[in-house]
Design a protein around this ligand. Structure first.
Ligand code: PMP
Length: 293
């Protein structure tokens, strides 16, 4: 049976779930989105994801037609309708249909889509063996031009980064900001472990999307007794790091074994990374909003 998509308050089969070509999300990338995940019949950090969605919408003065409570229920119902226990959930709120001009006031009502489906970002072998990455020539958008904390439908910068990875023959690329500080991946956050065994990740003010997986890993690492620091670092710190990994809702936690063809640590997923991966998988199985009564 075809998956059921939530679209503007009703459920439609995938083939019939359509938005207008006049939707400003389509015409201009005018809208926001979230990627959330369900594990073992529970939606992981649903509240945090919805808060980020509503904050992104608030920044762009987009009125989400549902209250956060209603959105929570619509999200749970979308997973239920598709009988899923493990799922990736994509929520998209776009400005809605308007005319061919930019003016968002011409769009009378935001359109809302929730898709619950399976996702596999990287094949399993990369979780076992680790990922090779490169640093991208494309720089991060700056907060004074297009704030990276807005999870908007403008992901062209991120796509350019992904294209660079593909051109270099690897699966992912790491982005630096215009000052040369490492910020994140194309759709994930980055952590390194330095020679003192400290876990370092860029602070949000450098211009990153403050990942919910990132924040969870920081929490778990603290429980594991690791020293975690949110500090700016450069390509140099990447090259001399002992371990490196990426985090994201879709990627989860994935080890990095080479950066710009330079080996990270021993060239295999490190002990700290592997332990955090185990702890993270354990954590997501037991925490989250239950989908089924
Ligand atoms: N950075 C960017 C640019 C992203 O798109 C994502 C995915 N939402 C992340 C980081 C990771 O965030 P999260 O852990 O909340 O999925």
């Amino acid at each position: 049976m075809s998956i059921q998509i939530y679209i503007d308050g009703v459920f439609r089969p995938k083939e019939e779930a359509k938005v207008s070509v006049f939707d400003h999300g389509y015409l201009y990338g005018d809208g926001v989105f979230e990627g959330t995940r369900a594990y073992n019949g529970r939606i992981f950090k649903l509240q945090e994801h919805l808060e980020r969605l509503y904050e992104s919408a608030r920044h762009i003065l987009l009125d989400i037609p549902l209250s956060m409570e209603e959105m929570k229920e619509a999200t749970l119902e979308t997973v239920r309708r598709n009988n899923l226990h493990d799922a990736y959930i994509r929520t998209v709120v776009s400005r809605g249909a308007g005319d061919l001009g930019l003016d968002p006031r011409k769009c009378t009502r935001a359109s809302m889509v929730i898709i619950a489906d399976k996702i596999s970002l990287f094949p399993q072998e990369f979780y076992d063996r680790g990922l090779e990455v490169v640093t991208a020539v494309t720089r991060q958008r700056t907060a004074d031009t297009m704030e990276p904390r807005i999870k908007s439908l403008n992901y062209l910068n991120n796509i350019l980064v992904k294209i660079e990875a593909a051109q270099a023959g690897v699966m992912e690329a790491i982005v630096l900001n215009t000052q040369g500080y490492v910020v994140e991946g194309s759709g994930c956050n980055i952590f390194i472990i330095n020679k003192n065994g400290e876990l370092i990740t860029p602070p949000p003010y450098l211009g990153i999307l403050e990942g919910i997986t990132r924040n969870t890993v920081i929490e778990i690492a603290g429980q594991e007794g690791l020293t975690v620091k949110e500090l700016p670092f450069t390509r140099h710190d990447l090259y001399i790091s002992r371990e490196c990994f990426l985090t994201g809702t879709a990627a989860e936690l994935i080890p990095v074994i080479s950066i710009d063809r330079r080996t990270v640590g021993e060239g295999i997923p490190g002990a700290v990374t592997r332990n955090l991966m185990r702890k993270f998988h354990d954590y997501v199985q037991h925490n989250g909003t239950p989908v089924y009564p």
